[in-house]
Design a binder for this molecule. Sequence first.
Ligand SMILES: [Zn+2]
Length: 97
Amino acid sequence: MRHTPGPWFATTENTLPSKGAIEIQSEYGSIAHVYGGECPDDETQPNARLIAAAPEMAVELRERVADCMCQHDSIRHPDGCNQCENGRTLLARIDGP
Ligand SMILES: [Zn+2]
């Protein structure tokens, strides 16, 4: 894991100097500011919550792939199951090159 460890949370308490932004914070400090951009206003807060949940989702995904039952059934799933394949693809996007 190369990203800042979670948990992260979204807050509007300390948005200066980025007035109007939603700040993504961690126990190590500020991670990012989320602006509405071209999204409808009612999507900005959900977008910030989604970003803030990312580290915990990544941890959960790693655990699910590592503990998947297909790991113990090499006859039916010699290359793992579809869920693990999708999970590994997503984890590769998170981990980068
Ligand atoms: Zn699997």
